[in-house]
Design a protein around this ligand. Structure first.
Ligand code: GLA
Length: 364
């Protein structure tokens, strides 16, 4: 009896314990700089992240029968990541995730002009966003912390920004903690751009997965996917995910917002209180039984159904076609620097930007 309780105690402690962490060189960038890949292992989950783009490379979890698969879209070779400057697989976009309209904003009466990389807009921080940088990695208990110093004027943004992204794995949950400081007033919005496919990366469409978003409002967009400023109720629209809904059930509905984005690619306004961890979304995959629960301290989440994926890129387990991955990017609302009514994304000297998102994995 005593032995059993001891065993049970050891097993519970192990499950809750910090992940084991190791690292290795993943390859070299065209300029010769080495990229390090970190492996975080807990009893059930293995996650790999790398310095190039501070990005998630893979997350391997068991399905309901214990069969393991990688559930985020990616590649097995560094050169494929270097070639792909379209998808943002697993990256930390920055300095400002999502779009800034016409590549400009005004702060303290001064207009700033940014690097423009999508039509007339700035997407994910501009041409040389944080996703193209080789961050500095350092092992921490149960994970890794990446650091990037973005100089004053980088892609047009004011202020020297020092950013940290820390990934830790504990039991069945991955925590991502973002922080940043600046030496001049600036704007900042960091997230993770992992594309999940709970049936396995490269296994096909995500349209059969069931989604809940803990929000009853969203921010509609114009034809260049910039929020119009309206905060709209999801009630009676295909944007209502307040109860679990199959992603594909309404995605081709005759709805202006869905047509503009060729699927879902909007920001939802989360119920929870900004600054404290609250539920953002839950995905359930009936085929594998896998469940992803996402929590965040952020006010919004961008739900994107991989509408720009077109089969150009492939991973070790298959082609990344239209709508074969889904993103749930926790964030401040897109284009906030141009919408005074949205929660502010400004950061001033002396303040610390701090944001956290947690992904918990389970099966049902
Ligand atoms: C975000 C955007 C999408 C798209 C992807 C990257 O999710 O909202 O419109 O740009 O990034 O392809």
């Amino acid at each position: 009896m005593k032995i059993w309780s001891l065993l049970l105690f050891i097993m519970t402690t192990l499950a809750a314990a910090h992940a084991a962490v190791s690292h290795a060189e993943f390859g070299k960038l065209p300029d010769g700089s080495p990229v390090t890949i970190y492996t975080l292992k807990s009893p059930k989950i293995e996650m790999r992240v790398m310095t190039f783009g501070a990005r998630v490379v893979s997350i391997t979890t068991p399905d309901r029968n214990g069969k393991k698969a990688n559930i985020v879209l990616g590649y097995d070779k560094l050169e494929d990541y270097v070639k792909d400057n379209k998808t943002y697989f697993g990256v930390v976009p920055g300095r400002y995730a999502n779009r800034i309209a016409n590549g400009k904003f005004t702060l303290d009466g001064k207009e700033y002009h940014l690097s423009v990389n999508e039509g007339t807009n700035t997407l994910h921080g501009g041409k040389e966003g944080f996703d193209r940088r080789n961050w500095i990695g350092k092992e921490v208990p149960g994970g890794v912390e990446f650091t990037l110093v973005s100089p004053d004027g980088d892609q047009g943004f004011p202020g020297k920004l020092t950013a940290h992204v820390r990934y830790t794995l504990q039991g069945d949950a991955v925590t991502i903690h973002y922080s940043a400081t600046t030496d001049k007033p600036t704007v900042v919005n960091l997230t993770n751009h992992a594309y999940f496919n709970l049936s396995g990366a490269g296994s096909g469409s995500i349209l059969n997965e069931k989604l809940t978003i803990y929000a009853d409002k969203f921010t509609p967009v114009n034809s260049s996917l910039i929020p119009t400023g309206e905060i709209k109720s999801v009630a009676g629209t295909p944007f209502d995910f307040t109860r679990p809904e199959t992603i594909g059930a309404r995605i081709n509905a005759n709805d202006e917002q869905l047509k503009l984005a060729h699927g879902y690619d909007q920001n939802w306004v989360l119920h929870g209180k900004m600054g404290t961890l609250h539920p953002a979304a839950r995905v359930y995959d009936p085929a594998s039984g896998r469940v992803l629960q996402e929590e965040t301290t952020e006010p919004g989440v961008q739900f994107y159904t991989g509408n720009f994926l077109d089969g150009t890129f492939s991973g070790p387990n298959g082609r990344y076609d239209f709508r074969t991955g889904l993103c749930l990017e926790t964030q401040h609302f897109p284009d906030s620097p141009n919408h005074p009514s949205f929660p502010s994304s400004e950061l001033r000297p002396g303040q610390t930007y701090s944001s956290e998102t947690r992904w918990s994995f389970a099966v049902e």
